[in-house]
Structure formats: C-alpha cells, structure tokens
Design a protein around this ligand. Structure first.
Ligand code: ADE
Length: 281
C-alpha cells in the first residue's frame, strides 16, 4: 500500500518510523511518504493560511498550496517540491477508469472512523491524508479534489484536536496493522476489541496469584470450551457496561442458549435477533 501524508508539520509524523509501522515500511509492506505543504507555496513567506471570508476567529488554509500538493502526490511527482503544477489534473487519477486514490481529510466534522473503516481502507492501493490546521481547509479544495480522489472527511471522535496530524497517526496505525504481514500473528487481529462488534475480554498472565488477586479459575482449567464461553460472556458484560451503544447493532439471532442467559442476566432480551434492554433492568 502507498500512503502519502501532507502536513505543515511533517515532524509530527515521525512516530510512523517506529514500531510495527516503521518495520512495515522497512520491510516494503508499506510505502509511506510525508510531504510539507509549504513546499507547494510560491510566495517568499511560504504562506498556507488567510483570514476567513464572512469574518470570525482564526485562519483558513488557502486552496492553491493544497491543490498543488495533492496534484503532485496523486501523480507520484511528490519529490518535485518547489515545481508546482500548471493547474491541470493529477495524471494517475484521471477519468480513465483507473481507481481514484482515497483522500482522507481528518476533521471533527467528518464521518466516524471505526474498525470497519480501517478494514475497508486497508484494501485500497493508495491513501492520501490531508492534515488541516487552524479552522480548516478552504471547502473548495474538497470539491475540486472529488474529481480526482474519493474524498472522505474522517473524525476520530466527538472532540476537537489542534490539527489532523494526531488523527493521522491513529488512522495509519489502525489501517497499517491490518495489511498482510504487518502483525506477526494474524490470529491476534481476530480476537480483539471491535473485530466482532464487541469489546475484548480481559486478559491475564503469570503469576496466577498477585497481590491477593487470583486469575479467574476457569482460565487455569484447561477446558477450552469453557474458556471460550467465559471469554464471550466477559465480552458481553464489558460491552453492556462500557459501550451499550454497540449492542444495538449486535446480531443476537444465532446465540446459543447459555449466551442468551448471559445477556438476560445483564438485562437484555433477544427480540427478532436483536438485543433489547428490559425497561426494568
Ligand atoms: N481534527 C481535529 N479534530 C479531529 C477529530 N476529532 N478527528 C479527526 N481529525 C480532527
């Protein structure tokens, strides 16, 4: 997979050289390049922002540096910093039927980035991340870019960061670890939070007794059926307690009797394959 990140703070993306993602880059599983938006400005001060039309606080990112940067990145000419485009279209993303790269614009006003989004984006050939700062990027950039990219404004959650860089670190890690070969044991991707619409069960390691706290006995029993059931029920308990919103989407149609009982104990009935919280619970 090819990933390009455009930012006015390229140094912010340095952690992408570390750990699993850094190793994936070294191993050639992920071709990731970070670009400085200011390399696509033409004035002496390398200006990327200006005051907002209509007034109000803060500054807005100017459209032309973004168009220059995104055109170069989409055409694979991103090494040509300082040689801006003539206003044409990105060569690799024309209307010739070739798949458009996905342009992800981190923003609290975007659609929610979830594990399902990460899986979907991990299937793409090229992702481009446009890190906005200040009050955001001139809206016309997103309209223009839609001709050449599949544009997806994306939010990590309902809170406001100072810019897109931290969100990109999170999204690239979530997507990158799903690429084939990045995580050593692919089984660890199966039993983790959100892989099945539930939170993960609690985990324990040695010693079996620590500061007067014992590991749940079932985990020492060697009975793999019982262990699997206990872990599932712990997922239900945790999800009901911490993220009941996830249970609205949960497919409870084919649950075994013991699992229905577990949900009943948590105050949920199965109605038409869906979980319904009892009003008295
Ligand atoms: N930029 C600022 N806030 C953000 C958020 N919540 N998610 C993604 N990008 C952002």
């Amino acid at each position: 997979m090819r990933i390009d990140v455009v930012s006015i703070f390229p140094e912010y993306l340095a952690p992408l050289e570390l750990s699993l993602i850094g190793k994936a880059r070294q191993d050639g599983l992920l071709d990731l390049k970070v670009h400085d938006l200011r390399d696509y400005t033409t004035d002496r001060h390398r200006t990327v922002d200006d005051t907002p039309y209509g007034g109000g606080a803060g500054m807005v990112m100017k459209p032309e540096p973004w168009a220059q940067a995104l055109t170069a990145v989409a055409a694979g000419r991103s090494g040509d910093a300082g040689a801006p485009d003539d206003g044409g279209t990105p060569e690799s993303a024309g209307p010739d039927g070739a798949a458009k790269p996905v342009l992800i614009v981190p923003s609290p006003a975007g659609e929610r980035f979830t594990q399902a989004t990460a899986h979907q984006l991990a299937e793409e050939d090229q992702l481009v991340f446009a890190c906005g700062r200040y009050e955001g990027i001139d809206e016309r950039v997103l309209e223009w870019a839609a001709e050449h990219f599949t544009v997806r404004p994306m939010s990590l959650g309902d809170y406001v960061l100072n810019g897109g860089e931290v969100a990109v670190l999170a999204m690239v890690e979530a997507i990158g670890r799903l690429l084939p070969g990045v995580v050593g044991n692919p089984e660890s991707l199966v039993e983790e939070s959100h892989s099945d619409g539930l939170l993960e069960y609690p985990v324990y390691t040695k010693p079996s007794s620590w500061r007067d706290r014992d590991v749940p006995a079932v985990l020492l029993s060697g009975n793999h059926g019982k262990i699997a059931q206990w872990r599932r029920h712990e997922q239900y308990r945790r999800t009901a307690e911490r993220r009941p919103d996830l249970l609205v989407e949960f497919d409870a149609g084919k649950l075994p009797r013991a699992d229905r009982t577990a949900f009943s104990d948590l105050g949920y009935d199965v109605v038409d394959g869906r979980l319904l919280r009892r009003p008295d619970a």
